[in-house]
Design a protein around this ligand. Sequence first.
Ligand code: BES
Ligand code: MN
Ligand code: ZN
Length: 485
Amino acid sequence: MKVAVSDRPWSQLRCDVLAIPVKSSGVLDGLEALDQALDGWLREAVQLERFEGKRDAVLHLFTHGRLPASRVVLVGTGQPDDPTDAVRRAAAAAARHAQAVRATRLGLWPGSFPATPEVAAAMVEGALLGSYRYTRHKTEKKPAVEAVEVVGVRGAGAAVRRARVLAEATWFARDLVNGPPNEVNPPFLAEVARQIGRQAGLQVRVFGPPQLRRMGAGAILAVGAGSRQPPQMIVVDYRPPRPRNTYVLAGKGVTFDAGGLDIKTHEGMETMKADMAGAAAVLACLRALPALEVPHRVVGIVGAVENLLGEAAFKPGDVVRALDGQTIEITNTDAEGRVVLADCLAYGRRYRPDAVVDLATLTGAAIVALGHFAAAILGNHQELVRSLVDAGRRAGERLWELPLYEEFVEAMRGEVADWKNSGGRYGGAQKGAAFLKAFVGPHPWAHLDIAGVAFLDKQEGQAPHLPKGATGFGVRTLLRWLAEV
Ligand code: BES
Ligand code: MN
Ligand code: ZN
């Protein structure tokens, strides 16, 4: 993908679609010169089509040689609260429209929105997010947007470069999550990590079953026991010179969650290739850190495992010992993510991190609570939670805090072991988080339950910048957070 930004006027841009975000309060505001260049056809078309600038609505017209751009497209933003969010979404809608009409060169001009680097960056981010398609396994590939150029904005080079890194990291996560589970299995994720290590110059360590046994990581081993694919704990270490802080990012990497012996229903299993979305977000972030010159040490820890039903599968009633020595009674083999993360979080303690953030498609309860419109965030440190929610707001990714009362921790105490892995259905997202909390130790920690937002197979939750399937949720929030803390 070619990406460019300049302060050239729109009148000089040669492209297939010149897209402009417009507010419903004044669809033609600031477009007088453009209307004149089009001999009044812009105003005419707005009236004929009764175009009101509603959010995501598109007005399309041909320029018939009056401009170097062959089409002009107005994209409605409604009455936006947040202009950055609005232009990101409008640019995504423009990119989708461009692809629908088989246009490959997309021009973007802020129109009546402020011509700031932030707006230019948000438009690039949106255009890239909106033009994403997963085509790896399609024999026939439809034409996609190949070049995005923002015009009419000065001094936005650095902001646009950063936006591009963020969007491409999101693509990377989406590709991993959309990938079929017969390809994207634990050894595959380990290989992806090694490749990231080579390309981005990061240290990568992978622990397979023999090392996990030696380390005493009995939790991830238990979950992986029912599959012929060996579980892998993957550690990716980004160490800039003289790092300011140390952060640990942990990701649930269940490459397929059949539920184990407590098997899921057909419907429950349909999207379970996406149960490694937390891991994908962590790997995508680590890969992008060098380009963003993040000044902190960041250690990504991924627990990659398949939750199947083989003859050696872990069973309800089993007691397993995690890396830190704490014991876990398995009361439900379908509550496997927290068991895997127990070992990952315990491993993370050795870095004495300034903060730990984990991402996991952990509970159906998080979807019941927030639908597909926000991830749940819970933690043991108010300031950390607040800073992540804030980064999410800047990224256009909603995080909504749920309470982690002591009662939820009590509900997870085991009968015969220290902890049990499932504590009943009510407050399920909080109980899952309460279990994780026990393995974090004394460090500031936040948990993002992304079960509802990582993968959208139905219409609900989809948006121009959030196509069907994997969303890459969390990547842009984490990268903004890491670049700005
Ligand atoms: N991977 C699922 C959670 C999930 C459900 C993610 C739907 C995305 C969409 C997780 O491993 C799981 O099965 N959780 C159980 C926990 C319960 C058994 C305590 C759940 O939420 O039902
Ligand atoms: Mn499960
Ligand atoms: Zn799961």
